[in-house]
Design a protein around this ligand. Structure first.
Ligand code: PRX
Length: 652
């Protein structure tokens, strides 16, 4: 007879009660880092970052660790020469590890593929030759718009090999979003895919790619299920690779500061920003943090259940783990397809050692019930991680108890697209863990919590997270827009006259007496939906683009699984119906302009928006309404009645 699922109180009763946890002894015994290097890094800053650079085999050593003469346009490992593909592939083959598995892949329907480092090297060289064949030259930006298939990391590595920066656009983005990113990056090449399955449904990805790509773009198309037959101006990936089978393509020597890739992300202002990452600093930082925080070792099977279309996948599916010679597991599909056991079947089947995911996933696992992880042997796991949004203590404890079996440390890693790698987190073999708090800054990272005037806040008080020293993985600029780089990240807290530069990530935070930082969330107009960063301005401009909409305000409201959900408050033009058809039209517009993952949870039609007497929309109030929170003082409003009206509509 099947066992009855546990009840909520039973699950709750089995969660650990304490507020802090020591790293398990069994983990410490084999951890990569067991002595806290923070003091040593502080005393020896910036030379301490040689620890990161030493994770790589440079073609030519660098002359200087940090050049800060043109701050905040910092340069790292100046004069050094390397190739990111060589670091991630060739050198492991040269070291005799050609037979070790580099990539293990599983498709949603259950197909599997595996590439040893040797096989990866062959395929990457063949595709690199193919890229050259279709006209890609060093420094050309190549865009990739494809789902989680092995050809994606292969294409990234092939680009890195020939010195062509990549620009990966998440496959869930719309055609319009693809176009904006290709145009901004002046990218004439697109590697894409014909179709893929998502929850059993076949999606025509090529159609979106065709609509989004500029007409003159050269396309290379991966046939996901069958041979792709190219039309004019297109190439089939497989044909190119077959044509160049056995090719030997030397990895080009790149300067440490040469661009490795661009990644677009959202901020307060309308258009997405092209975050520029370089070869030497980024790769050293990805490798060092994978070693120190994810504790990766070459013999590990490691699974980061993110998508390569976001920075987490770049740093911690591709560059970090492969630079360390680890086996990186990739999964194409949904975590609950065909059943809610999928992930645990995979952890058990592949013997996953280290698992890294987003808190939104953990909250979904909690909802699905303990019977799924409990019916699988998860004892191969030795370390768990989270990224992308704050994790509430209850979800942390659930993850610790039901996935980690109270035997795996959890690293709650705070970082951003712009930081390139992890910045604030515990070191798993060193630091005590406090659920809900990411932890202290990593060695060499000078992160603080300050008030509006830049003074450090007292322990327990809320303030703004700031970073007071540069680090190798940092972005170098906003592509093509140095002014925006300065104004978005540096202007708020830096003192230019004193040459004191402070990076502002636009997150709110608190710090405790032990220096542990709890990140509270964005303080700019960005919503974090399931760990996806969405600019409210982008959403608003999409909504006001719909005929019949007069004004719109978008905010994030608390959501028990997604963290935040998109709430759109919309004022329509006179005569416009506010029925479900029009609501659907608005939702469709957001899907078309950005992508399905940005769909508003609620579209609330209202006659007015709450505004101050000076006419500013009170966003905080709209957020509180969306989250169902107590509303504070509304007496400063010009139109207090509107608040009640909106609340009433949302209750329905
Ligand atoms: O608000 C912070 C949140 O995610 C933002 C960065 O988003 P993105 O550039 O898309 O990168 C996500 C993956 C690195 C941050 O500004 N964030 C990220 N990690 C955490 C977090 N908030 C709280 N705790 C975290 N561990």
């Amino acid at each position: 007879m099947a066992e009855e699922p546990e009840t909520e109180p039973e699950i709750e009763a089995r969660l650990p009660e304490q507020d802090s946890f020591e790293p398990p002894e069994s983990f410490v015994e084999q951890a990569n880092v067991t002595d806290d290097p923070r003091d040593e890094f502080d005393e020896n800053w910036p030379q301490c970052w040689e620890n990161a650079a030493d994770k790589l085999d440079w073609f030519d050593g660098y002359d200087e660790v940090l050049d800060d003469s043109d701050a905040p346009f910092y340069e790292w490992f100046v004069g050094g020469k390397l190739n990111a593909c060589y670091e991630c592939v060739d050198r492991h083959v040269e070291d005799g590890r050609g037979d070790a598995t580099a990539l293990s892949w599983e498709g949603e329907e259950g197909e599997t593929r595996e590439y040893t480092y040797e096989e990866l090297l062959d395929e990457v060289q063949a595709f690199a030759a193919g890229l050259r064949d279709v006209g890609v030259e060093e420094d050309d930006v190549v865009t990739m718009y494809m789902p989680m298939v092995p050809e994606l990391p292969i294409a990234m590595l092939a680009c890195a090999r020939i010195g062509a920066p990549h620009n990966v656009v998440f496959a869930g983005f719309s055609a319009d979003a693809l176009r904006t990113r290709m145009e901004n990056a002046s990218s004439d090449f697109l590697v894409t895919c014909d179709s893929y399955y998502r929850r059993g449904e076949k999606l025509d990805h090529k159609k979106k790619a065709d609509r989004g790509a500029p007409d003159e773009a050269t396309k290379i198309v991966v046939g996901r299920f069958e041979r792709y037959v190219p039309t004019d101006g297109e190439y089939a990936y497989r044909e190119l690779v077959t044509r160049h089978e056995g090719a030997s393509v030397e990895p080009v020597e790149r300067d440490a500061e040469d661009m490795l890739f661009l990644m677009y992300t959202s901020g307060t202002t309308g258009t997405p920003k092209g975050v520029k990452h370089t070869t030497g600093g980024y790769l050293s930082y990805a490798a060092w943090t994978s070693h120190a925080v994810l504790d990766l070792k070459p013999e590990d099977t490691y699974w980061c259940a993110a998508d390569i279309g976001w920075i987490t996948g770049h740093s911690y599916i591709v560059y970090g783990p492969l630079s360390l010679g680890t086996t990186s597991l990739m999964y194409e599909g949904a975590p609950d397809y065909p059943t809610k056991n999928r992930l645990w079947e995979m952890v058990e089947g592949y013997g996953v050692d280290v698992f890294y995911t987003a808190p939104t996933a953990v909250r979904a696992f909690m909802k699905w019930g303990t019977e799924h992880p409990e019916s699988h042997d998860l004892s191969s796991l030795r370390l768990l991680g989270t990224v992308g949004e704050p994790i509430n203590p209850r979800a942390w404890k659930w993850y610790y108890r039901y996935i980690g079996g109270e035997d795996c440390p959890i690293v709650d890693t705070w970082w951003q697209t712009e930081t390139g790698g992890m910045m604030v987190t515990t070191l798993p073999g060193v630091d005590e863990m406090k659920p809900g708090s990411a932890g202290p800054p990593l060695p060499g990272i000078d992160a603080r919590v300050v008030d509006e005037s830049g003074d450090e806040v007292d322990a327990g008080d809320a303030g703004y997270l700031t970073v007071h020293k540069p680090w190798p993985g940092m972005l170098r600029t906003v592509y093509g827009d140095d002014e925006r780089y300065l104004s978005e990240y540096w202007e708020t807290y830096s003192d230019e006259d004193a040459d004191e530069w402070v990076y502002f990530p636009e997150d709110g935070a608190k710090i405790d007496d032990d220096g542990y930082i709890t990140v509270l969330g964005r303080v700019d107009d960005v919503v974090n939906v399931s760990g996806h960063r969405l600019g409210t301005m982008e959403l608003e401009s999409s909504i006001v683009g719909v005929e019949g909409v007069a004004e719109a305000a978008v905010v994030g409201g608390e959501h028990d699984v997604k963290g935040e959900a998109v709430y759109a408050y919309v004022i329509v033009e006179e005569g416009q119906d506010t029925d479900d058809t029009f609501r659907e039209e608005i939702v469709d517009a957001v899907e078309d302009d950005i992508g399905p993952f940005a769909r508003p949870e609620e579209v609330v039609f209202t006659d007015a928006l709450p505004k101050t007497r000076s006419g500013k929309i009170m966003r905080r109030l709209l957020e509180d309404i969306a989250s169902g929170d107590e509303l504070g003082d509304t007496s400063t409003l010009r139109n207090p009645d509107v608040v009640k009206d909106i609340e009433r509509k949302l209750e329905k």
